[in-house]
Design a protein around this ligand. Structure first.
Ligand SMILES: Nc1ncnc2c1ncn2[C@@H]1O[C@H](COP(=O)(O)OP(=O)(O)OP(=O)(O)O)[C@@H](O)[C@H]1O
Ligand SMILES: [Mg+2]
Length: 390
């Protein structure tokens, strides 16, 4: 699998980019994918960790078996262990029958443990044992289960730091880190940006039969100046929205300037503050705190505006201006069936549901960002998504 051209690697993996660090990453993927080695993927939100995990599975000899993805950060701590390893009847309240876990479901295939940094310590012990012996016991069980599962883990956290903070087991960390794939954030490989813009524009226009006229050179230049804190996911969302809002016409720099400030005023405005240069650590720290406070203030203002426009929509019969498609809503106690009749939420739960839905849309489905914007934990958000059937 060595010496494959970058174009070929991109096609094989679905991961686009030709920055030297990306090329090295893709060559490593091609090398390790066919083995059974565990892999740790490290990268910020939206850098493509899931794309890489999927590529590894697809390029492995397990490709015709299951790839089971588990988001360790989204499953409530108390049930993660039984979800992963299964449980025996009566092992805890609510365990009415025996249940197989994800590891058994992934037998002969691959398990993708996303956000592994959020895994509770006691579950980490069990994971280490599977990695070392391929054996585990279901929760409340006494029989040893054997599985043949390839493990791919991902995190956006610094696990080394988590180990030092006693939040991640050192032994598990050493076991996982042998093959670590680091995906650099987009701001460190801006040379890949024009290609990604082009790729997402073509994909979106083709899929929706839009005769898209493209981005003006000035618009692309402006996009090159932006930092893309949401990485490639943010680029994809931005490009798709730009095509729709400009009705397929050329996207110009004035649109980009407005949209980037509007879609992420916190990053935009905070970035306009002077950068700390040649300052003492205390000064740098103070400025960082100040920048964070400014960003938070802007975020709160934006949330207030969202809430106000939402309330307006809820009571005046209009939908919030930013909502692209009509929202149909049936209160949860009616079984939460969407029946096509737009019913405005009049209960607190209904409003909460709409707010979560809208925020999820706003951040392109990123749970982490949605949770952060709504100031709730990711676990709470996950529970509410399930509860409201979003
Ligand atoms: N290099 C890339 N080439 C093509 N598409 C990409 C690339 N990187 C990311 N994407 C796209 O960006 C979006 C986000 O990618 P993905 O879900 O893999 O990110 P992630 O690192 O898992 O993010 P999170 O930490 O928030 O879960 C997806 O739509 C994905 O297809
Ligand atoms: Mg992901």
């Amino acid at each position: 699998m060595q010496n494959i051209s970058i174009e070929e690697l991109q096609k094989l993996t679905g991961f686009y980019g030709s920055n030297p660090r990306v090329e090295e990453l893709l060559q490593t993927i091609a090398m390790v994918a066919p083995t059974d080695l565990s892999v740790l993927i490290n990268g910020e939100s939206g850098t493509g960790k899931e794309v890489v995990a999927t590529a590894i599975h697809r390029l492995s000899k397990r490709k015709n078996r299951s790839l089971v993805s588990v988001n360790c950060g989204a499953i409530p701590e108390g049930i993660l262990e039984s979800e992963l390893f299964g449980h025996e009847k009566g092992s805890f309240t609510g365990a009415v029958g025996q249940k197989k876990g994800y590891f058994e479901a992934a037998d002969k295939g691959t398990i993708f443990l996303d956000e592994i940094g959020e895994m509770p310590l006691n579950t980490q012990v069990k994971l280490l044992r599977v990695l070392e012996t391929s054996e585990f016991m279901r929760v409340g069980g006494t029989e040893i289960q054997k599985v043949d599962v390839r493990v791919i883990a991902a995190t956006n956290r610094n696990l080394e730091q988590a180990v030092q903070d006693n939040q991640f087991r050192r032994d598990l960390y050493y076991r996982l880190k042998a093959i670590t794939l680091v995906i650099p954030p987009l701001r460190e490989r801006k040379d890949d940006l024009p290609g990604l813009i082009d790729l997402f524009a073509r994909q979106f226009a083709d899929k929706n039969n839009i005769n898209f006229k493209g981005f003006s050179p000035d618009a692309v230049n402006l996009m090159m100046q932006y930092n893309w804190p949401g990485n490639v996911r943010e680029v994809r969302n931005f490009v798709e929205t730009a095509i729709i809002l400009n009705r397929g016409e050329v996207v110009r720099s004035d649109y980009v300037r407005n949209a980037l400030n509007m879609s992420n005023p916190s990053a935009g405005a905070a970035d306009m503050l002077p950068m700390p240069v040649n300052k003492t650590p205390e000064q740098v720290e103070r400025e960082l705190i100040y920048r964070t406070l400014v960003a938070m203030k802007l975020e709160i203002t934006e949330l207030k505006q969202m809430f106000a426009s939402f309330m307006q929509g809820a009571y005046s019969g209009n939908l919030p201006a930013a909502t692209p498609t009509p929202v149909s809503y049936v209160p949860a106690d009616n079984g939460d069936k969407e029946n096509g009749n737009a019913v405005k939420p009049t209960t607190l739960a209904g409003m909460e549901r709409e707010m979560i839905k809208e925020t999820l849309n706003r951040f392109g489905g990123s749970r982490r960002k949605t949770a952060r914007a709504l100031q709730i934990s990711e676990r709470t958000l996950y529970r509410k998504i399930k509860e409201y059937g979003l």
